[in-house]
Design a protein around this ligand. Structure first.
Ligand code: HEM
Length: 661
């Protein structure tokens, strides 16, 4: 025996006995420690043939593979029962969470089985002699999953029935049935992952014993029959709906390749003509789960959503999924990411009642504003008008365009709370290129009626950029109805999304005539062709730059889904009710309420000022009452806060303010 194989033999002996762990100062492997007892490791690890009895070394892997696959199958079938429970109980957020888990497990099955591709036909031929007449069809886990999928499909059918709709309707109007469509697509993901497992299994069979009508399984089943079985769906209706839609498809309404196309009048997509329904009634999804969805809320009293919104639990799945994507990287992932980026942008567009294709995302507002600015010819119209109440990024970015001929004009507010609209309107004239103003002011909470600004800007041919970071997500915002040319906002505050996730809406009629000088390959018509680019994208994507920020979009989608699910009418109603409560308590305590009182003049925050307020904010923070300070204490309740939280927060605030005065 060589020295090397002696070492291997020694190692095998070591692995066969308990091992001394120096940190624990105990022997591990006897099955007596709490970990081992709880996990039944003694029994679990005795379930494989002992090393010295394996017919070939690969037999251990063969057994472990089957056993672990049985466990994952069992577990996913078990989860499917939870899925049925959640669907029948109208707990759709829960249902989606369970579905995500089942999908992940099914993908693991497909990934895992590929380990067996390392098994050679010759080794398997030896193992096979000891398998009796065993057949894969006898797999308990496989049979459980089939039964579980059947029951889950029925539960989905019942849900559709209760909602008075059909799968076909859901797929014909995905925007109207956003939640059901999302759910149905997750079922499709489960099915696709399960089929992928059987496809990998088919390859395994082909590698080991071959696929042919003459090659039979141990129970006589011809392997050739596996070919048709591996793509047999779990949820046939979900695939049939595609067939039905394609059958009903006609060529009418398209363009011949190369045919001249007139610029489309807004709306860009015919679907946007559908009346958009706003969910006012709190749906069961959020009613029962919105608060539980946000782990942050269990750690403190969180009234800081205007600075950073709480992030829903589901964002973690997006992060995990991103890691799994990286760990299994294939360039083809871009196709899916591309679709997800567009879907996210379109969901944002829907939120602000804008047509598909009118929104694009990038990491922050300053970047997007730079792209907007870079469309301008400042020689003809030098003026860029803004106010002294903007978030610092805006005036700073505008000033930087001086070297390209831009002349920044800052209109001062007369009360330091609300921009002086009359003065601003007077400042707009034929020299004005852009007017840049916040919808809701970040430091005071005041909301601006921008109608007179838009009207005046139109009269003189200037464009209006609305910074809606502090309004989108906490109050209804209808970009087309506001008439603004550009709207900027982002996800990490009221939309409960990720940092580095801002977005830009561009008035659709404007898109064809804007060509940003600050640009990159994603702004071109067909970037994934990798051909030299010359044409612009015909959507707001022409405001993209280089390789896009995918992760922030993926992480932001769950928060956006919850906000859309709740509906902004409801969120606004809750917000006003709670900020009224804060204002009443503050006034009672003699504090200065900076934010305007009338509902129409305020956004989601209440700003309070009193002696030593900055020190009080720091004390509040230390005591677990989270709010922010920007020249006053900013308190920002969101839909996930409770009245008790508001009262508890105000009790502390008033007490600390008294102590500090
Ligand atoms: C070298 C490894 C494997 C070979 C050669 C093999 C071979 C086969 C064959 C020939 C069939 C046809 C039906 C029958 O057996 O009567 C089959 C079906 C099946 N096998 Fe395997 N198998 C292997 C590994 C696995 C593993 C690791 C699993 C995991 C649990 C598995 C699960 C199944 C299932 C669920 C079926 C039924 C599929 C259907 O109805 O479409 N097999 N396998």
């Amino acid at each position: 025996m060589t020295r090397h194989s002696e070492a291997a033999a020694a190692l095998r002996r070591v692995l066969g006995d308990p091992i001394y762990n120096r940190t624990l100062r105990k022997e591990v492997g006897r099955g007596e420690l709490d970990y081992e007892v709880y996990l039944k490791t003694r029994e679990l690890l005795a379930l494989q043939t002992p090393a010295n009895q394996l017919v070939v070394p690969d037999e251990l892997m063969f057994q472990v593979m089957h056993q672990t696959q049985e466990l994952w199958l069992k577990c996913s079938a078990f989860e499917a029962a939870n899925l049925v429970e959640a669907l029948d109980g109208e707990q759709l957020v829960n249902a989606l969470r369970v579905l995500d888990r089942i999908i992940m497990m099914s993908r693991i099955l497909a990934d895992q089985i590929r380990v067996m591709f390392t098994l050679t036909p010759q080794q398997f031929a030896v193992i096979r002699k000891s398998l009796g007449n065993g057949s894969g069809l006898e797999s308990p886990g496989y049979n459980q999953v089939l039964a579980a999928a059947h029951a889950a499909g029925d539960a989905l059918g019942r849900l559709l029935g209760r909602r008075g709709t059909s799968l076909l309707d859901v797929y014909l109007q995905p925007d109207t049935h956003g939640e059901l469509h999302h759910l149905a697509e997750r079922f499709v993901d489960w099915d696709a992952a399960f089929q992928s497992w059987l496809v990998e299994h088919f390859q395994l069979v082909r590698r080991t014993i071959g696929i042919d009508k003459t090659v039979r399984a141990l129970d006589g089943f011809p392997t050739v029959a596996l070919g048709a079985r591996m793509t047999r769906p779990l949820f046939a209706e979900l695939w049939n709906v595609r067939v039905e839609m394609t059958k009903a498809w006609t060529r009418e309404g398209g363009f011949a390749p190369g045919e001249e196309r007139a610029a489309l009048e807004a709306p860009i997509d015919p679907l946007i003509d559908e009346p958009r329904t706003v969910t006012v009634e709190l749906s069961p999804i959020v009613k029962h789960h919105a608060r539980e969805e946000f782990p942050l809320l269990a750690t403190c009293t969180y009234l800081n959503s205007n600075a950073t919104g709480a992030t829903p639990r589901a964002a973690r799945d997006a992060l995990d999924g991103y890691w799994r994507t990286l760990a299994n990287w294939r360039d083809e992932v871009w196709e899916q990411w591309w679709a997800e980026l567009h879907a996210y942008a379109d969901d944002l567009a829907a939120l602000i009642h804008a047509p598909r294709g009118s929104v694009w995302c990038d990491s922050n507002v300053a970047t997007l504003l730079g792209r907007v600015m870079s469309c301008s010819d400042f020689a003809a119209r030098p003026r860029v008008i803004t106010t002294d109440l903007e978030f610092p990024s805006i005036p700073f970015a505008l000033r930087a365009w001086k070297r390209f001929g831009a002349e920044r004009v800052i209109v001062a507010s007369s009360d330091g709370v609300t921009p002086d609209i009359e003065r601003l309107v007077r400042a707009i004239d034929e020299r004005t290129q852009l007017v840049c103003i916040s919808h809701a002011t970040f430091a005071t909470g005041a909301v601006v009626d921008i109608a007179p600004i838009v009207k005046r800007a139109r009269e003189v041919g200037a464009l209006v950029v609305l910074d809606a970071y502090q309004s989108v997500g906490i109050m209804p915002v209808d970009a087309p109805a506001l008439g603004v040319d550009f709207l900027l906002a982002g996800a990490h505050k009221w939309l409960c999304g990720s940092y580095e996730s801002a977005f830009l809406y561009v008035r659709p009629e404007l898109i064809p005539r804007l060509e940003p000088a600050a640009t990159g390959w994603i702004a071109s018509a067909n970037p994934l062709s990798f051909a030299p680019a010359s044409e612009w994208a015909d959507s707001a994507r022409r405001f993209a730059g280089g390789t896009p920020a995918v992760l922030p979009a993926l992480v932001s989608r769950p928060g956006l889904a919850i906000v859309r699910e709740l509906g902004l009418d409801l969120i606004r109603a809750l917000s006003l009710e709670r900020s009224d409560r804060i204002i009443a308590r503050a006034e009672e305590a003699g504090m200065r309420v900076v934010t305007p009182r009338p509902h129409a003049q305020r956004g989601g925050i209440v700003v309070l000022r009193f002696p030593n307020d900055a020190a009080v904010q720091r004390r509040l923070l230390a005591a677990g009452y989270v709010c922010s300070y920007r020249g006053g204490i900013r308190i920002a309740p969101h839909f996930y806060n409770t009245d008790q939280e508001i009262d508890g927060f105000m009790d502390e605030l008033v007490r600390m303010a008294r102590e500090a005065s």
